[in-house]
Ligand binder design. Structure first.
Ligand code: ZN
Length: 418
């Protein structure tokens, strides 16, 4: 099958229009997400799948306008130079600035931090949640994640995954904020941020075709971040699966199988939709394939090959590699550490796999030399307002759709045990 690039572009345009009509975003808890659910459900129904949109309870998150950090007479303010991380507590705190030499991923790294401090780290390598919990346990008044290489307007706000245990303000700052905090070590700084964390619901889109007892599931998250329209992340994965769905309707589902498509809500808040699905209804899934960022403009073809994936996943990796080799497409393995919706399936023992075109990494995760990318970040607009229609390499989305379809049939027609 050849994916139709014009149709992929038309499907992407629908998501762009939805974002444009809803304040520029499609994040869970917003009208843009609701419109995206309705549109995707209608598309899958038109294509010929049976569609449901089950609701999932979660904790919504809003950062109120006006957050700011004042250091040495300079103020760094939201939305350009400072943001609360998703699920941060609010607070109005004054305390001495402490700068960690290390990431803060280990509790012991806070040993020299005075109680009541506003603590900066520029390191990572673990969940932001773990750093924030360690900071709170050490008696910090607030925790600041610094991005020394990002300027005003390019700020990230990662998720703390769950509000549980997050009792202090946790914010991110850009380059100038990092410099100011480093220069002010030991001096008092002032941070004020207000957030709302309240019960909410979101909908997943679950679409099925076929009657067989064995289920092959294909998934992509449908929500954007709070800061942009999310056309590459992850409109690209969504429209690729719509194209795969059309081809499956045309070819038919093999005897004994059901193909199920999951378009997840709340990946950007912490894999909320996929985790809820696995907890309640994922028991019958024989294998799960994930597409999250399929059209990074300076991207590569990266095949999930994850150390933490359950047995059977290797077979999926090999199936993708074999398909790409047969097509003569360069590719490289990638271990994204379960940092998307396949994580919950893997935790439940379901074999997982997928394709990734790269995000903001310029190092090992993007592997540009091995995979055909030309260097630089795979997606310079990752999690930013510029992740729009122009930020998607539709040819790669088409390739990913074709590869996913090929692997889906390879698995159903004998590659993987039902
Ligand atoms: Zn994503």
């Amino acid at each position: 099958m050849r994916a139709d690039e014009n149709r992929l572009r038309a499907d992407l345009e629908i998501l762009q229009r939805i974002a444009d009509a809803n304040g520029g975003i499609r994040a869970v808890g917003t009208s843009g997400y609701e419109a995206a659910v309705d549109a995707a459900a209608a598309s899958l129904e038109d294509i010929g799948f049976a569609v449901e949109t089950p609701s999932v309870s979660f904790t919504g998150f809003i950062e109120l306008p006006g957050a700011s950090l004042t250091v040495d007479g300079r103020t760094f303010a939201a939305p350009d130079e400072l943001h609360a991380l998703i699920y941060s507590a609010g607070g109005d705190v004054t305390g001495p600035v402490a700068v960690l030499d290390e990431s803060g991923c280990e509790p012991g790294q806070f040993a020299d931090v005075p109680s009541g401090a506003i603590v900066l780290t520029t390191g990572g390598g673990c969940f932001r949640r773990d750093q924030a919990l360690n900071a709170a346990d050490a008696g910090a008044a607030a925790f600041v994640v610094g991005y020394p290489d990002r300027g005003a307007g390019e700020i990230y706000r990662p998720t703390l995954i769950d509000p549980a245990g997050i009792t202090i303000p946790v914010v991110s700052v850009t380059d100038d904020g990092v410099r100011a905090l480093r220069d002010a070590e030991g001096d008092d700084a002032h941070l004020a941020v207000e957030t709302e964390r309240a019960p909410a619901t979101l909908r997943n889109v679950i679409a099925s075709l076929g009657e067989g007892p064995s289920v092959l599931m294909l998934g992509a998250h449908l929500d954007s971040v709070l800061d942009g329209p999310g056309l590459n992340d992850n409109g690209s994965g969504v429209v690729a699966l719509l194209e795969v769905a059309r081809a499956i309707v045309e070819t038919g589902v093999p005897e004994g199988w059901t193909v199920r498509i999951g378009l997840w809500g709340g990946e950007e808040f912490g894999d909320i939709g996929s985790r809820a699905y696995v907890e309640t209804s994922g028991d019958d899934v024989a294998a799960y394939l994930n597409l999250d960022m399929a059209g990074s403009p300076n991207g590569a073809t990266l095949v999930y090959d994850e150390a933490g994936a359950p047995s059977g996943s290797e077979e999926i990796t090999r199936a993708f590699e074999a398909w790409l080799d047969a097509r003569g497409e360069p590719h490289a393995p990638v271990d994204i550490g379960g940092s998307s919706d396949h994580f919950a399936f893997g935790q439940a023992g379901t074999p997982t796999g997928g394709l990734f075109a790269g995000a903001s990494e310029t190092g090992s995760a993007a592997q540009p030399a091995a995979s055909g990318s030309t260097g630089g970040p795979a997606d310079a607009c990752y999690h930013l307002a510029c992740d729009d229609l122009d930020n998607v390499d539709v040819a790669r989305v088409a390739l990913f759709a074709e590869a996913t379809l090929g692997v889906a049939y390879a698995l159903m027609e004998g590659g993987i045990e039902p």
